[in-house]
Design a binder for this molecule. Structure first.
Ligand code: PEP
Ligand code: MG
Length: 342
């Protein structure tokens, strides 16, 4: 919502009724500030507003370096209502639509019709711009009661995402039917999460083709959508040269790629100080995936949080990245960073 926030605070009873300053940039909350602090922070707020104003002037401008290298700057969203923020911040498309929300917000499996309506609305609201929808990435940190998933000792490495979809294919087929039907109303691409093998890619594509055949037989229109995969496991990095020949694009999920490369639970706050997406192993993985993607004819983007890290924008552009997909509030800062590059 473009509002800097602080989370994970232990709120004290005696704060009630007091003035508080919330600084989402530094992660600080100041209770009952003195006059000098209040003035200092008010100035910081005015300064931020001036900066936001300058960034707003970048709306409608291209995301291009001074020497003419164009980057596709897309947005990550978690529900159809987020599309408004994407348009407000001049996103050039949606690079990651986390479709899990449909399942998380529902009491039972969302029907094909419910899903179709949501995807269609996103596609129509984006008016021909690319909308990459990631198929169900449930499990691990995203639990839904009616899936009746068993408790696991190691859920991040457990029964989740594409593994569930290939195991319980009816759930997968319903989503793919809804996505293909919605594709007739805009520019939808389909992306599979948590891929570790060629077999998963071929099997997912095979099911997608079967669903297409079914739709054709029923005279239901759809488009030949682009198909991509998330690269968020070291296994996918290492076989990316082969995988690239089977898909139209790669989107690097640096949140999970960091977790699985460094063997650090992304959910464990005790490990925050060593959960380091700048680790050379992560950066070299990104470089490898870009090179292998291009060799196989696939375009390559980043949709993990690292894509919005403007200290790395130059590095990514030098590596040859084609697309960056970031939270709506980071679109204009990233555009500014790209436009400042030679
Ligand atoms: C990622 O892993 O980087 C990613 C974009 O997916 P999520 O954060 O939804 O797991
Ligand atoms: Mg992920």
């Amino acid at each position: 919502m473009n509002i800097p926030a602080v989370i994970g605070i232990d709120i004290q009873d005696d704060w009630a009724g007091k003035t508080a300053i919330v600084d989402g940039y530094t992660g600080t909350v100041i209770i009952d500030p003195d006059a000098a602090t209040l003035e200092q922070m008010s100035e910081k707020m005015r300064e931020d507003e001036r900066k936001q104003q300058l960034l707003r002037e970048l709306r409608g401008k291209e995301t291009i370096t001074k020497s003419g290298k164009k980057i596709h700057l897309y947005a990550n969203i978690g529900s159809v209502s987020d599309v408004a923020q994407v348009l407000k911040n001049d996103g050039e498309g949606i690079g990651l639509f986390r479709s899990e929300f449909l399942y998380l917000e529902s009491e039972t499996f969302p029907t094909e019709e419910e899903q179709f309506k949501a995807y269609k609305m996103a596609a129509q609201n984006m008016a021909g711009k690319k909308v990459v929808v990631r198929t169900l990435d449930i499990g691990a940190d995203k639990q839904v009661g009616y899936f009746n998933l068993e408790k696991e000792d190691n859920p991040a490495m457990g029964y989740r995402a594409i593994r569930i979809c290939l195991d319980q294919q009816e759930i997968f087929r319903t989503q793919l039917r809804a996505l293909l039907r919605a594709s007739a109303f805009g520019n939808i691409s389909i992306m599979f999460p948590m891929i570790i093998s060629m077999q998963e890619v071929l099997e997912s594509k095979r099911i997608l083709e079967e669903v297409k055949t079914e739709l054709r037989e029923q005279n239901i229109p759809y488009k030949d959508v682009e198909v991509g995969i998330m690269i968020e496991t070291p296994a996918a990095v290492w076989i990316s040269e082969e995988l690239a020949k089977e898909v139209d694009f790669f989107s690097i999920g640096t949140n999970d790629l960091t977790q699985y490369t460094l063997a650090i639970d992304r959910q464990n706050p005790k490990l925050d100080n060593i959960y380091d997406s700048h680790h050379p192993a992560v950066l070299r993985s990104i470089q490898t995936v870009i090179e292998n993607g291009h060799k196989g004819g696939a375009w390559v983007g980043i949709c993990g949080e690292l894509g919005a890290d403007t200290t790395l924008t130059e590095t990514f552009v030098q590596m040859g990245i084609d697309e960056l997909s970031v939270s709506p509030s980071f679109i204009l800062p990233v555009r500014e960073a790209v436009r400042n590059l030679e």
